[in-house]
Design a protein. Sequence first.
Lengths: 269, 274
Amino acid sequence: MKKEKKMATRRDALRKMLQGAGFLGMGGLAWGGYIDEAKATEVILRPPGAITEEDFLKACTRCGECVTACPYDTLKLAEPGDNKPIGTPFFEPRKIPCEMCTEIPCVPVCPSGALDIKSVSTLDEESKKDKLDINKARMGAAIIDKKNCVAFWGIQCDLCYRACPLMDEAISIEYERNERTGKHAFLKPVVNTEVCTGCGLCEAACITEKASIMVLPLHLITGKVSDTYIKGWDENDEKRLEDADEQEVGNSDKALEYLNGDWEDLIDE
Amino acid sequence: MNKLLKTHRWLITRRIVQFSILFLFVSSNLFGWKVLTGDLSTAKVLDSFHLADPYMVTQIFATGYIVAADTLIGALIVFLFYALIGGRAFCSWVCPINIVTESASRLRKILTLYRENIKVPIKRNVRYWLLALSIVLSFLTGVAAFEIISPIGMLHRGVIFGFGFGIAAIIFLFFFDLFVLQNGWCGYLCPLGAFYSLTNRFSIFKIKHTVENCTACNKCFMVCPEKQVLGIINKQSGRITGGECTNCGRCVEVCEDNSLKFSINNYKKNKLIR
């Protein structure tokens, strides 16, 4: 009888184990699915000095030290409903842009390494020490909606240009004759995404109902050129070829056969 | 009145500790005090050193990221502190969710909801599975899995930095504990509590039971949020050794027979029994 009971418990144990595995699997699926969904948010602007978004999500401990340090209340921790990874810091420039403090109070306080102080420092030539430099921040970059920007209509507005802390570098004004009136000029704002820090002061200043100049994360608005295209006139750009794969593309024999072969073979009957 | 004070002396002390810690965090944003900045995930004390949640740092490790030394050392300090004091002391003395769930539990008793014999569909060890799952998911998704859904985080961040929709999660949790399952969150699900449960085997403070004084009044069972740790009550003298004991002291304050007391762990005797 004792043996029989033992058999029963073993069977029970197996059943329970599989039951547990089922629950665990379902739970893991729901939980993991939620995390994937939350991670998928691409349009999120991080504090200056933030490491790549993938690493940032791993590293940020959600302590909010950067939020406390920010003197303009620019930074916020994501809440449920913000549709952003919960607890991580972000900012919305149309509400409160980054004012680009020269002493960058939000970065040195980060205890986890999610905000990298090196990425916003330059070497000071005199003291040979790293010096904070907010102009090196790459929180994002501004892009302009030329359809709705009134400057592109011919109405004079250079608010984004004047709001920009890197005036004439990050945003400059291009002059162009207005053919419609024949006696006026377009004063078109142009963003240099290589200099733009993504502070969003331009987006906050924009006079259109919904801003016509807006900051987006860099990876969303930048393309990438493969080794196929090189600026032959630029020595620096040619360096890209140095570590290029020397993998042969295509079949050269076939190409030669094609060129030397009878052209009649190539015609389909 | 005096009796009420006496039977709630530890509860009142705990509330003072919990609210003081929260207040010090809030003050860093309100008045710029530097006593405690950050929040319960990672905090800076007196503008000099960091404290960090060791469970969170474990999850971050699982994602494959090595946190900066500040956070790592902070996590080690907290881990050793609770391992020494009593792992789940965090739960009953610091964690703000404790205030929510204990209120729900109290209200449940006042409304006599506890009499309904609804069969509990989950077991208390679910939290350990969630703990394991959170580590696996952190590894797979590259995000600290519990931190992204943690109602504890939502609550303390809400109090410290301002509430948004996070408050809804806390209200749900309150109703879950009130109507669905007594101590449902803290006693069955919370992986952070599970994490600390695993750390306090050798901690200093343990509840001591003297069986000779016990009159089997059952009051300790009525108040204990983790009744399974009370196995020795009215059976044998000794320490409550279960890791799930939160050292909340409720049993100590309601015991009128001087049979339950805070005490120092008896390391020798524990070895003999086990």
